[in-house]
Write a protein that binds this ligand. Sequence first.
Ligand code: RIB
Ligand code: CA
Length: 312
Amino acid sequence: MTPRKIIIDTDPGQDDAAAIMLALASPEIDVLAITAVAGNVPLKLTSLNARIVTEICGRPDTPVFAGAEAPLRRKLVTAEHVHGKTGLDGVEIFEPAQPLEQAHAVDFIIETLLREPEGTVTLCALGPLTNIAMAFERAPEIVARVEQIVLMGGGYFEGGNITPSAEFNIYVDPEAAQIVFASGVPLTMMPLDVTHKVLTTRSRVARLRANGNRASTEMASMLEFFERFDEEKYGTDGGPLHDPTVIAWLIEPDLFTGRRCNVEIETGSELTLGATVVDWWKVTGRPENALVIGDVDADRFFDLLIERLERL
Ligand code: RIB
Ligand code: CA
């Protein structure tokens, strides 16, 4: 079976690192490149962290491009309180052998979508949607060429995590999210409603560490740092492992269930800025622009993640 070509747009972040590792470990996926965006930590760190993760995976050949340093129209909001000062706290930071690509991430996204046959490249968005929105604004002709966008972002029944009503990726750049959700590109959305069901429990992290290879042990150390904030906040064993749900969907979609809904983004109200208004009960009659995922088989999700990371 021909591997699916993807571009991972990301703001590493320990959970982004887990998603990148799952993608690089999986034969069903061909990672064309990683495009970094400012989010969890500033762009200088997210682009460095992406290169660190590819080197830890033994895949320094994976091109990494730096993209937007700030949201389209707002000041950057970061999340060091969750991810630590480096964005990858839990592991030693080092200067990877592989240099950052020279081109801007947005130019790479545009050029790749124009070059590759129409409908053959999937965009996996794990951070604020600034790079993708900028590419769509600068080159509208690429919109129809995207196979689909699978994104981690938003929340509905679960509310928000950076404010009571907004999830971080959408909150950081709500105008970019509005552009992407209104673009007409086929969208699959992994909101907090599903990512809060995949918790990095002690036993799951222990199973990952028991793989014994570098990627698994480094990932386990990242998770042991990353989970502390959410364990404290939610009183759970482990924290939500948000971003790898995007990659797991591409590999084993039957791990998940959801429904097509209309999703709109709040960009006006300061109180609910970045809220994803999901018409789950179809009361508005507005176009169903996203497949909203609501549930997951968490045990099988971690079986997949742990089994695949052992291959790196
Ligand atoms: O709200 C969780 C999301 O925000 C995840 O993608 C995390 O990495 C941060 O980017
Ligand atoms: Ca992320």
